[in-house]
Design a binder for this molecule. Structure first.
Ligand code: PHE
Length: 449
């Protein structure tokens, strides 16, 4: 094909891009509220265990296949297959992954649109455009459509510019700012009255909940979603990594950075909620559970910021900027999956592919915006709780059972010549063959029973 493949220009660039993909709504919004409504510290423990024994090995499988094949998920998975039957299954897993990630993008962009409109509202508050702020913070199909499309515009603009000049460049600029904003916000919120109750809610484990089937399914879905697994995102990012890099070490860093943002975000969101409660804002819903879902970020937190007076405008601006950054560095990695496929497989130009596929996802988003109650929750649960872990299962089977072990080792040894004698090589192949598939099946079985 005439299109030369992109490559990350540095280790830092890859780390920022992959961490940028991993860190998103899943960490800052999903994780803290999931933890709070599922036994606090108990969820945290389940999540940490699953992240290391399940998600890290699955992430490595994707990075290794990707770098070996230097291709999109569909050709990579069919390429490592032993015969035409398994090649067809591989290609199907790649295609289903591509459909799944497009659906994830379609709901993700709607929520990202809210973040963008609340960020704009803080700016409009600063200049006292009150009626504009009201419109920006009140849910309506017109506002949601407009800001979803705006968010697509940003996403497409970065992906059009390519791996090095788009994805890597923006992730390297945005991710350090995200860490900085997060730390500043935590320090500030922890100084407010009522914050400690939130820390307690978050960290004190209710171990009675650990046997709850919903807890484990939730923690598994969370781990897969948070590390962007199963759908070919990490596979394609792996395919842009140079052969000189040590993959197990890079994957480990991405996992740690991702987990650290989730754990830190818990120290921001839950204390912020208890500060809100302290100020008389309702943080429990009718069923007595903590407000999670859309209401948390678009009503509880804004109500809190409003009570802080002028300082609240700046805190709100910082918070929603943080969210927009987290969303954008994830959405570009989602769009990259189908774009890389169409460019490599069908010889399309990156520009045309990014615009056409971005617009297709935008169209699906608009269908969801106009049928929100019917479709939103359904698409979220279908893609993140079912499709992602299931695809992860198949990828584990491919790497563990179908791909030839000598080729696998050869790939990991690039950039890590001593690999055969490392702890990683002693443990990981077993994990990907047995532990990962069994855990995924067990969590589903436990759910059905
Ligand atoms: N990991 C992202 C988050 O936590 C979501 C994501 C899922 C990104 C799948 C890419 C692919 O928000």
């Amino acid at each position: 094909m005439s299109n030369p493949r992109g490559e990350f220009s540095s280790r830092f660039g890859f780390l920022m891009a992959a961490t940028g993909s991993a860190v998103g709504l899943g960490n800052i919004w999903g994780f803290p509220t999931n933890a709070a409504s599922n036994g606090g510290g108990a969820f945290l423990v389940a999540y940490l265990v699953l992240a290391f024994v399940l998600a890290y090995p699955a992430l490595m499988a994707e990075l290794i296949i990707g770098r070996h094949a230097k291709a999109n998920a569909v050709s990579a998975l069919s390429g490592v297959a032993a015969n035409s039957g398994t090649a067809r299954i591989g290609a199907t897993v790649g295609v289903v992954g591509m459909i799944t990630v497009t659906l994830i993008l379609s709901f993700y962009a709607i929520v990202s649109g809210w973040m963008l409109s609340f960020m704009s509202a803080s700016i409009s508050d600063l200049v006292r455009f009150d009626s504009l702020s009201d419109w920006l913070t009140t849910g309506s199909t017109s506002r949601d459509s407009l800001f979803t499309l705006l968010f697509y515009f940003l996403t497409i603009s970065v992906v059009v510019a390519g791996v090095k000049n788009g994805i890597e460049k923006w992730a390297s600029r945005l991710m350090p700012s995200l860490y900085l904003l997060l730390i500043i916000l935590i320090v500030y919120v922890l100084t407010l009255d009522g914050a400690l109750e939130g820390v307690r809610m978050y960290l004190v484990p209710d171990f009675a909940r650990i046997a709850d089937p919903g807890l484990l399914l939730g923690a598994m879905g969370q781990a897969f979603f948070s590390l962007s697994l199963g759908v070919g995102t990490m596979l394609i990012y792996g395919s842009y990594v140079s052969k000189r890099e040590n993959l197990p070490a890079l994957g480990g860093m991405v996992t740690l950075l991702d987990i650290s943002v989730a754990v830190l975000a818990g120290m921001l969101i839950l204390p912020a909620m208890s500060v809100a409660a302290f100020n008389g804002i309702e943080i429990y819903d009718e069923q007595g559970g903590l407000v999670a879902g859309p209401a948390l970020i678009v009503s509880v937190l804004p109500a809190l910021f409003e009570r802080m007076g002028d300082a609240g405008i700046l805190v709100s601006l910082a918070f929603f900027t943080l969210m927009v950054i987290a969303c954008l560095t994830s959405s570009i990695s989602m769009l990259e999956v189908p774009v890389s496929y169409v460019v490599e497989q069908h010889g399309a130009s990156r520009k045309k592919a990014s615009v056409a596929l971005g617009l297709l996802a935008a169209l699906i988003s608009l269908v969801i915006v106009f049928n929100f109650d019917l479709l939103f929750g359904f698409v979220v649960s279908l893609t993140t709780e079912y499709s992602q872990p299931l695809l992860g299962f198949f990828i584990a089977i491919f790497v563990g059972w179908i791909w030839r072990r000598d080729q696998l080792l050869e790939e990991v040894q690039q950039g890590n010549p001593d690999c055969e004698n490392t702890l990683f090589w002693r443990i990981w192949p077993w994990y990907i063959r047995f532990v990962c598939p069994v855990i995924i099946v067990a969590v589903y079985v436990q759910m059905i029973l």
